[in-house]
Design a protein around this ligand. Structure first.
Ligand code: CMP
Length: 139
């Protein structure tokens, strides 16, 4: 059974026009991009998407950063999409990310870390339906 995960290419990456380079790493890793759109989040959407972090000290900065420019939201598909994409992204903190990962290659900081990926199957389903209707996902 194929699995799906939600990916976000964040404002630091869209601003530098490296979405194609990131997509190349994603596809080379065997993840199929089955849905994709470029959007600009409203503050309300960003707060809702990251509501699990609402009590964290970095929440306000995170929301401000995520609305500072366009993002690309995507659904990625593979047999083990959630864990595969997490290994392709590298650690949240780019200083800890292994070489060859998206964050080691491109991330600027813990906040401007270029990409987001769902952390579990359950959250993947919630996050995918936050951005996409079933008919927008074409496997
Ligand atoms: P992401 O996978 O999108 O999920 C939450 C984001 O918060 C995370 O990536 C980071 O970009 C951002 N963030 C900012 N500060 C921190 C922090 N101290 N710990 C974890 N995540 C942080």
């Amino acid at each position: 059974m194929e699995e799906q995960t939600l990916s976000i290419i964040k404002p630091d990456a869209t601003k530098r026009s490296i979405t194609g380079k990131i997509n190349n790493i994603i596809e080379e890793a065997g993840l199929k991009i089955v849905a994709q759109k470029r959007i600009h989040l409203t503050r309300e959407q960003a707060e809702k998407f990251y509501s699990v972090h609402a009590e964290k000290p970095f929440f306000k900065d995170l929301v401000n950063y995520m609305i500072s420019g366009p993002i690309v939201v995507q659904v990625l598909q593979a047999s083990n999409a959630v864990s595969l994409y997490r290994s392709v992204m590298g650690a949240t903190n780019p200083e800890e990310a292994k070489s060859g990962t998206i964050r080691a290659e491109f991330a600027k900081s813990l906040e401007a870390n270029s990409v987001h990926g769902s952390d579990s199957d359950e959250n993947a389903n919630i996050e995918i339906s936050f951005f996409f209707k079933a008919e927008e996902i074409v496997g």
